[in-house]
Design a protein around this ligand. Structure first.
Ligand code: PAF
Length: 322
């Protein structure tokens, strides 16, 4: 009898232990739950829950609730956040090698960018991230960035002259826009909508995914499909969380990142097909037929921000990927 009581007590203790063992993560990102980031965050959570048999659950902290992307990356380093879906915009401030991915007019198209990030170069850069008190779980995507503004249609670099343009807090982007003739103003994304509304800046640059998720048509009249830079996304984890996981759990997180990237890329593809019509329906004048060569020529100077420190090898390797 004693044995039975002991057995039942042990079962109760085990059950309590199992309940305590259920773990929950918070995934921070800058956009709405219905955006390409929101869909990616949900796919991450669903996959993690499924692979772990419900042992791990998660929730989103969307729309910059936990700050701009730079703040969220710092949150990972001090362990106040578990996972972050972020553009590489501010990541070069933490992992300078990543600036290579932000060079203007480097990637030819989506196939080229995805091949680089899913291949050897992507893996190497994830390893650099891991050396800087962060964990790189995988690469996802924001899309090719385009210029919007409230002043005039931008068709040539002359149209950019003097335009106060919000950029990400990224040295390569700031240099490129200065070279192309704009007045770049770095700013964290959560401040951007109000800054556009109040005329603190005339314009901004982001992919169609972000222009539509943020309803920038409410404060911007013109969108020019400059496609001046591809905007990769890093799915990052806190080393404070990750280092405490078993190998099996680490595998679940990496699989969850893959599922997240696939869901995000599917939404990017959808908006590449349908986004221009959406912007027009919402009253924007969209300039699609842009000669990119003069922009690209001026933006070449920005390569020095990266190559002066790291040489040209990585740039050449990226360009050589077919
Ligand atoms: O413009 C930015 O800061 C980024 O593209 C955004 C919108 C936060 C998405 O990563």
């Amino acid at each position: 009898m004693n044995h039975i009581i002991t057995g039942l007590a042990a079962a109760a203790v085990l059950a309590a232990g199992a309940a305590q063992a259920q773990q929950s993560i918070v995934i921070g990102h800058s956009l709405s739950p219905t955006s390409h980031y929101g869909l990616g965050a949900q796919a991450f959570i669903d996959t993690l829950e499924e692979l772990s048999g419900g042992e791990w659950t998660g929730e989103q902290a969307p729309a910059g609730q936990l700050g701009g992307e730079r703040d969220m990356i710092e949150g990972l380093q001090i362990g106040s956040l578990d996972v972050v879906i972020t553009s590489t915009g501010p990541l070069g401030n933490f992992v300078p090698e990543v600036y290579a991915l932000d060079l203007p007019f480097l990637f030819r198209d989506y196939d080229h960018a995805r091949k680089v990030l899913d291949g050897e170069i992507g893996q190497e850069l994830l390893a650099r991230i891991d050396e800087n008190n962060l964990v790189g779980l995988g690469w996802s995507e924001n899309g090719f960035r385009h210029v919007t503004n409230s002043q005039r249609p931008v068709e040539t670099p002359e149209d950019l002259q003097g335009l106060k343009l919000r950029t990400m807090e990224n040295r390569v982007h700031m240099e490129a826009f200065e070279d192309m003739g704009a007045a770049p103003t770095p700013m964290a994304f959560p401040e951007l909508f109000t800054a556009l509304q109040q005329g603190v800046v005339d314009g901004q640059e982001n992919p169609i995914t972000v222009i539509s998720a943020s309803k920038f048509w409410e404060v911007q009249d013109y969108a020019s499909l400059t496609g001046h830079v591809y905007s990769p996304v890093a799915i990052l984890a806190s080393p404070i969380l990750f280092d405490g996981l078993s190998d099996e759990e680490k595998g679940w997180f990496r699989e969850a990142a893959k599922a997240s990237a696939a869901a995000t890329r599917a939404e990017v593809n959808r908006l590449e097909d349908e986004g221009v019509a959406l912007l027009r329906e919402n009253g924007m004048e969209v300039i699609t037929d842009i000669d990119k060569a003069p922009f690209a020529e001026l933006a070449q100077e920005a390569y020095k921000v990266y190559t002066d420190e790291h040489g040209t090898e990585m740039v050449e390797r990226i360009q050589a990927v077919e």
